[in-house]
Design a protein around this ligand. Structure first.
Ligand SMILES: Cc1cc2nc3c(=O)[nH]c(=O)nc-3n(C[C@H](O)[C@H](O)[C@H](O)COP(=O)(O)OP(=O)(O)OC[C@H]3O[C@@H](n4cnc5c(N)ncnc54)[C@H](O)[C@@H]3O)c2cc1C
Length: 1016
């Protein structure tokens, strides 16, 4: 059906006051119909009283929801169900109602009562799931649909299956959509017509109605690579749309997290503008009113429909991901995309509803809400604009608003129920969202349940409700020299402007390389020189591209550099700490200014994919900001004064620091090591990694631009065995800060321990070395998360991180299932050139590293069963590419399970139980990072205590430590231990501590001590 300008209803809308009066009148009428004093909240909970009591406390609620979430994974073991219930309730111990505790404690594990308890929990959760989930087979779905039609209610079937982690799963989702349409269509066609459900002023309404999620059509739905995501999703979407059209079915696209919103709209518009679908009106999409962007999105949709010439349906909702959006944005340091006050979402819903009613010919309204006020306003707006009741519909969630549903049907409305369909396991995320919503303090349903009869308050205009809120004014924080440290937010590449900036920086860098490689001289005391030989750095992803040529320093250059540094130290260490800190803060702002240019250098010089490169720049900024604040803190002497005696613990600078960083965090690690040394008042000699001298040179330039005197930082690229060794051996060096391989770290430590002629001090060594990091997968782990987390930890930056996961230790019960899903999901890993935004897995740093990895690959074939070996195809001719490899059934003692490979080879090891897994995880010479995926609170506690590594991560990937939040570093042969990079004690490594005591007693009297004054 096409639409014309003339079809718009020309009715004078009601004045605001009248609209409000009419809204309240409809609201009262609905409340009356719902039942005087009765709650619209359906009382079909597993146990009403129990639910009400347990949900009274948020801590109990969260633990119970976690238990419910874990339950499908425990389905085969009574012992496990009982143990988990007990463990979860222990977490909220003092807040758990006595009768629950009693029930659980009366049922010790393994007894008949234990079995009974497990059975009750299982049956209760299944009942609860059935309340919200309509069925798991087409036959069950049809039965639900049939019953709904008998009640005069329509349906939209939602296919559960959110976390699609492999193409096979995406294909299965597509097939299920198609099967469901084909399965339901003939059965429904054979049913008698229900005029209210099947007819409208704009013609007949499809009887089959499907709601689907675009993210379920590909394991890689990301706006960063919008074009290929669109292509993949469109390819899987079109067949569904075709089958729907052939079978007269309606298809609605659900809206998910904010990060997917713009791309979801874009794909919808693109596919439905195609000639094949352009004239098809039986499609819809969701608008989420909790987003301030919702109104703009609706305007854009309206314009698009004008152009398309065929209407669509808009389901207007508030939005189901509120808690996630708020937490996620805060964690990332991004602006929160949703309204923060409930009344704002309600008011936005009302504005959007009015807009839809005004434009109902193009955007057919479907009101998705259980909130009587929200619905009443939309209905009043429709009345005032002369929109017939059967032009729009009201949609509700299965199991949430049955009494309201009835009242609306009686009032003559077309009501459609969202009926999730699928198995219990993929349904858990949905179920928990519904439970959270039902029990949220902000929920209309809960409020109307609690308020019992306070109808007028529930029908209040949200703007009025907002105005009544007492706005707490925050006290202005006390002025401080620097604001509190906060991690630098990562770039949100789902924003088009961020993608454009990155593309531009890459293009500029490419241009620069085309005009010839950059020349990098040595820099000693601000003087540049050519060194003894030249080294060439090529792009790891495209070895025909020479990125830069560097001078290589000789041992004599090293000696000269130490001399200059020694002299510079004398003056730099006298600069007040606060001034030194200011240099770091300025350096951080320069890095922010040049963020994309710096990332572009890393992408070409080190083969870092976009997000990895961006994360590295953010971390470098964090180091500058964090250590600046730390120095200001440490510059304050600590006093332990007693009457007649002052005691001050003071820190002084050490002297000359040699920094030898690796290439794998090309800016972050050198920045951390260099600025820590500098801000502590030391002079520094930076010997960059041979593979990444260009970004190292940029670091030096940034610090000089930030105001660092040129003789305080010497830049000495060159060969490690020449210049590195000369620096380590020099008796005038005070501290060597090294991050890199175990072999080199131990060698530096050995050489530095030797006291050479003329040396008057013991050298200090900070050495961060390798890892053989393990992730443990417990038998109750959420496998969706565990698989994704393992792949990310093992194969991010092609496994070239000291924190990378190289062993995954899986508890027997889930071993086969985990290996199967891991292997399947690994097929979706995109290997490619790092400058391509879609690339997850780029090249290996150089030919030597590649050869080493290939040798281990051959060994892996002998030591285990290679279940996945990624093919790099023609990329192999272009650069240093090696595909990811997963090796199952590896013995814990095998070489590939013991030796650091520093590449993309993941050993999968089977463990009998958690204790065995822990012993295997601890059974190497390394102790850097490690983690666990589990939903057992007791197992989580056990691993937190027993996993002997520097950084323990639970239920998340084991890479990506953040400055201040997760100070980084290990022990055993992973590092000398002690201070951790990005942590509060790290700077002390670069400082010496003195205690200064003064006797202030003079002939028996002591002066009153003045408050210590901060230096600088
Ligand atoms: C048929 C149907 C389909 C749906 N499809 C989708 C979909 O595709 N995508 C989607 O995201 N949602 C969808 N929802 C919406 C969502 O799942 C919730 O049901 C809906 O938000 C609940 O709103 P309400 O008006 O019924 O209840 P109310 O109790 O009036 O509103 C609750 C809502 O208010 C918002 N809110 C809560 N606290 C705050 C706060 N402090 N500040 C600001 N806002 C707050 C949240 O959105 C919350 O869900 C759908 C809903 C229905 C009925």
């Amino acid at each position: 059906m096409s639409i014309t300008e003339a079809s718009r209803v020309e009715v004078e809308p009601l004045a605001v006051d009248d609209l409000e009066k009419r809204t309240r009148a409809i609201g009262r009428e609905l409340f009356r119909a719902v039942g005087a004093g009765a709650s619209p909240l359906n009382r079909g909970w597993w146990d009403d009283r129990l639910m009400a009591l347990t949900m009274g406390d948020d801590r109990v609620k969260i633990q119970l929801f976690r238990f419910i979430d874990a339950l499908p994974a425990l389905i085969h073991s009574d012992e496990s169900v009982g143990r988990h219930l007990r463990e979860y309730l222990d977490q909220a111990d003092e807040f758990v109602p006595w009768f629950m505790k009693l029930g659980v404690s009366l049922a010790p594990v393994g007894t008949l009562r234990g079995k009974l308890l497990a059975e009750i929990a299982r049956v209760s959760a299944t009942q609860m799931a059935h309340r919200f989930i309509a069925g798991s087979t087409p036959a069950e779905a049809f039965e639900t649909v049939r019953q709904l039609r008998q009640r005069g209610v329509g349906f939209t079937a939602d296919l559960l299956g959110e976390a699609v982690i492999s193409d096979a799963e995406a294909e299965a989702y597509q097939a299920t959509c198609i099967d469901l349409i084909k399965g339901l269509a003939p059965r429904l066609a054979a049913m008698p017509e229900e005029p209210r459900l099947d007819r409208s002023p704009f013609g007949s309404i499809p009887r089959v109605n499907l709601s689907l999620k675009l993210t379920s059509l590909t394991p890689r739905f990301d706006a960063l690579y919008a074009e290929s995501t669109t292509r993949r999703v469109a390819e899987r979407l079109r067949p569904i749309l075709r089958v729907a059209r052939e079978n007269q079915a309606f298809v609605n696209v659900d809206m998910e997290q904010y990060a997917y919103k713009d791309l979801t709209y874009a794909i919808f518009r693109e596919v439905l503008s195609e000639p094949e679908f352009r004239d098809w009106a039986d499609v819809g999409i969701v608008a989420q009113a909790y987003l301030p962007e919702a109104e703009g999105d609706l305007h854009a949709m309206e314009e698009w429909v004008r152009d398309r010439g065929t209407p669509i349906t808009i389901r207007l909702v508030k939005g189901a991901y509120w808690d996630y959006e708020v937490t996620h944005a805060r964690q990332m340091g991004w602006p929160v995309p949703v309204y923060l006050q409930k009344w704002q979402s309600d008011a936005s819903f009302e504005r959007c509803a009015r807009f839809l009613m005004e434009n109902h010919e193009r955007l057919r309204p479907a009101l998705g809400s259980h909130n009587i006020r929200s619905l009443a306003l939309a209905m009043a707006a429709a009345e005032s604009l002369g929109v017939p009741t059967d032009f729009y519909e009201v949609q509700m969630l299965h199991g949430m608003g049955e009494p309201i549903e009835r009242a609306l049907v009686d009032r003559g409305h077309r009501v459609r129920v969202y009926t999730p369909y699928g198995a219990m396991l993929p349904g858990m995320a949905y179920l928990v969202r519904r439970l959270l919503e039902n029990t949220s303090n902000e929920s209309f349903l809960k409020a109307s349940f609690a308020a019992k009869g306070e109808v007028e308050a529930l029908l209040r205009d949200p703007e009025e409700a907002g105005a009544m809120l007492f706005v707490k004014r925050r006290k202005a924080p006390a002025p401080s020299p620097l604001p509190r440290f906060q991690n630098e937010p990562l770039t949100d590449f789902t924003r088009p402007e961020a993608r454009a900036k990155m593309s531009k920086a890459l293009e500029e860098f490419r241009e620069q390389v085309r005009s010839g490689p950059t020349w990098i001289p040595l820099s000693i005391g601000g003087e540049l020189s050519a060194g003894v030989e030249q080294l060439e750095v090529t792009c790891p992803g495209n070895t025909s591209l020479v990125i830069c040529r560097t001078a290589a320093a000789s041992a004599e250059d090293a000696e000269r550099a130490v001399g200059v540094a020694r002299r510079a130290f004398e003056t730099w260490s006298e600069v007040p700490p606060r001034q030194r800190a200011e240099v770091l803060v300025r350096a951080a702002s320069i890095m922010r200014r040049d963020r994309f240019q710096l990332a572009a250098v890393e992408i070409f010089e080190c083969g870092k994919p976009w997000r990895e490169a961006d994360g590295d720049i953010a971390e470098a900024i964090d180091f500058c900001e964090f250590y600046a604040r730390e120095m200001i803190r440490l510059a304050e002497p600590e006093h332990r004064d007693v009457p007649g005696e002052t005691n001050a613990i003071e820190r002084i600078s050490r002297g000359v620091v040699v920094v030898i960083p690796p290439w794998n965090f090309p800016l972050a690690i050198p920045t951390g090591m260099v600025v820590a040394a500098l801000v502590a008042g030391n002079a520094v000699i930076l010997k960059p990694a041979e593979q990444s001298p260009l970004i190292g040179r940029r670091l030096q330039e940034i610090l000089l631009e930030a105001g660092l005197p040129s003789d305080v930082l010497q830049y000495l690229p060159g060969r490690g065995e020449v210049v590195g060794q000369a620096l380590v051996d020099d008796p005038r060096v005070d501290l060597i800060s090294f991050t890199g391989s175990r072999a080199v770290g131990l060698e530096i430590n050995r050489r530095a321990a030797e006291t050479r002629p003329g040396q008057d001090h013991v050298k200090r060594v900070i050495a961060e070395m390798g890892g053989k990091n393990a992730l443990i997968i417990d038998d109750d782990a959420d496998l969706d998360e565990a698989v994704v987390g393992t792949l990310q930890s093992a194969f991010g930056y092609a496994g070239q991180k000291c924190s990378a996961c190289s062993r995954v230790v899986v508890v027997e019960g889930v071993y086969d299932a985990f290996v199967a899903r891991l292997t399947e999901a690994a097929r979706s890993i995109v290997v490619g050139p790092p400058e391509d935004p879609e690339t997850f897995f780029g090249p290996i740093i150089d030919a030597e590293a590649k050869a080493r990895i290939l040798r281990y690959g051959a060994l892996a074939r002998r030591e285990g069963w290679v279940v996945f070996a990624g093919d790099v195809g023609s990329l192999a001719d272009q650069g240093h590419y090696v595909g990811p490899m997963i090796v199952a059934d590896v013995a814990p003692t095998a070489r590939i399970a013991q030796e650091e490979i520093f590449g993309p080879i993941l050993a999968v090891i089977k463990a009998r139980d958690l204790d065995d897994a822990l012993a295997i995880a601890n059974g190497t010479k390394y102790a850097l990072t490690g983690g666990l995926y589990s939903r057992s609170p007791a197992h989580i506690a056990r691993v937190k205590r027993g996993l002997r590594v520097g950084n323990v991560y639970i239920n998340r990937p084991i890479t990506g430590a953040l400055v201040d939040r997760q100070p980084f570093g290990g022990f055993k042969l992973s590092g000398i231990g002690g201070a951790k990079a990005g942590g509060s004690s790290y700077l002390e490594e670069f400082l010496l501590t003195r205690a200064v005591t003064e006797n202030t007693l003079r002939r028996g009297f002591a002066p009153e001590e003045a408050e210590p004054v901060s230096p600088g």
